[in-house]
Design a protein around this ligand. Structure first.
Ligand code: ZN
Length: 437
């Protein structure tokens, strides 16, 4: 059957810029093959094959001479957290941690031009199509291949380098990084700086993230006297709820306006979006239509830059978004850490006061790369748990000139971009692990 969608996809493919002529070297081909092999292990939720990933990663790391440890933070031991270690010449210095999550979100194969777990390498475009190609199964292969190159060049790190491969990032990290950072094993690593995943960049400038937004939720419940559907009266539950939805919508518009005007990035504003509403008196045919119910509620997803005045937002919720005098009550769910162990916002500084920032920035420049203005990530990563421990962490995935396809259909990463990322990590690992500061 002819599908317009397929025709359009084919047209897009044919229109793609022809792949550069320079053929891949034997080493580059083997690096792409390892990337494909890892992508073919189905680590998507709801049934991520963590055992399969461990069976792939552990011998791979051991073949490079790295130490391997597997930790478990669940009784059933079905969620391995893999630690790979390249000891430094001065183990007294805080170590470098390179993090990546093993799991990925599910894919809907019917919407993909190549099967999402086949890791098809398109010879015309150089694209490797797979769930996890960008988010974030490119990372461990790039970390390990960068280490291979550095070892081959005779490089010896001063600081110890650890690579962590963690479960469950995509479902909140509770049995992964959240428990890991609280463990004796994490303390023993004495981590001084962490690199975690970032996002693709549409331009030739690498993106870097110095904070994640806080993920909160709140529910507002309204109660009021019930009444006949025909009667106009003050204080009805649904009426009161509609008033505050309007108030929240006004705040939302002001925040969204800053993004639309280009004044703020999407991670730099407070987002608040209604995610459910619940009201009405059920009847066998739907809802009772001539009665105003005595209860109603609405749920909001609320995300805050960690630099936001948190007390002020809480006051706003209490006084403006759920005032008691309108018979409204609220429940605020503050998920995840809000401040670090020293009470500071969960932000990694990107100025001269943070020596790790300078080392990072100079390493990118020395690799021939350019950095975009540092951003706050509008969603979350495991980096928030590490920042909570007071350890500086940056979100960075070396993907330039690449559409942002994380969690999307037809997620892909181009071979040349992937291979260039290995070079960038060589510069980063060399610089970070040699930093004596
Ligand atoms: Zn991710």
């Amino acid at each position: 059957m002819f599908h317009l969608r397929h025709f359009l996809l084919a047209a897009v493919l044919l229109a793609a810029v022809p792949h550069p002529a320079h053929p891949l070297t034997e080493l580059e081909s083997s690096q792409i093959r390892r990337f494909q092999d890892y992508l073919r292990i189905r680590t998507a939720h709801p049934t991520p094959d963590y055992a399969g990933a461990a069976a792939f990663l552990l011998p791979y790391a051991a073949s490079l001479g790295l130490g391997t440890t597997t930790l478990h933070f669940t009784a059933c031991k079905s969620k391995p957290l893999i630690l790979l270690t390249w000891p430094g010449t001065d183990p007294s210095l805080p170590s470098i941690l390179l993090n990546s999550h093993i799991d990925s979100v599910p894919a809907e194969p019917e919407h993909w031009i190549h099967p999402p777990y086949a890791a098809h390498h398109d010879p015309a475009t150089g694209r490797v199509y797979a769930r996890g190609a960008q988010d974030d199964k490119c990372l461990p292969i790039q970390y390990l291949e960068a280490i291979r190159g550095l070892r081959a060049a005779g490089f010896a790190p001063t600081r110890t380098i650890h690579v962590s491969l963690v479960p469950d990032e995509e479902i909140g990290g509770e049995d992964g990084h959240e428990k890991f950072v609280q463990s004796d094993e994490f303390r023993a690593l004495n981590v001084g700086f962490m690199l975690d995943e970032g996002q693709a960049s549409l331009t030739d400038e690498y993106r870097v993230f110095y904070a994640d937004r806080l993920v909160w939720k709140f529910i507002v419940k309204a109660t009021g006297a019930p009444g006949h559907g025909s009667k106009m009266f003050d204080g009805a539950a649904v009426g009161n709820l509609m008033d505050i939805i309007e108030t929240v919508a006004g705040f939302r518009e002001a925040q969204f306006g800053k993004v639309k005007a280009g004044k703020s990035g999407p991670g730099e504003v407070v987002s608040v979006n209604p995610v459910y509403m619940n009201a009405g008196t059920p009847s066998p045919t739907g809802f009772v239509m001539n009665m105003q119910p005595s209860e109603a509620e609405v749920g909001f997803d609320l995300r805050l830059p960690p630099t936001e005045d948190i007390e002020q937002i809480i006051r706003r919720i209490k006084e403006e978004w759920a005032p008691a005098h309108k018979n409204l009550t609220y429940e605020l769910m503050m998920k995840g850490p809000v401040r670090d162990v020293a009470g500071r916002p969960l932000v990694t500084l990107t100025n001269e006061s943070n020596p790790w920032w300078s080392v990072f920035e100079h390493a990118i420049i020395s690799s021939g790369g350019k950095l975009a203005k540092p951003e706050i990530l509008s969603s979350t990563t495991d980096a928030r748990f590490v920042r909570q421990m007071g350890v500086p962490a940056l979100g960075f995935s070396p993907m330039i000139n690449t559409p942002i396809l994380l969690h999307d259909h037809n997620e892909f990463l181009e071979d040349k971009v992937f291979l260039r990322g290995i070079e960038v990590y060589q510069h980063l690992i060399r610089a970070l692990s040699s930093f004596k500061g």
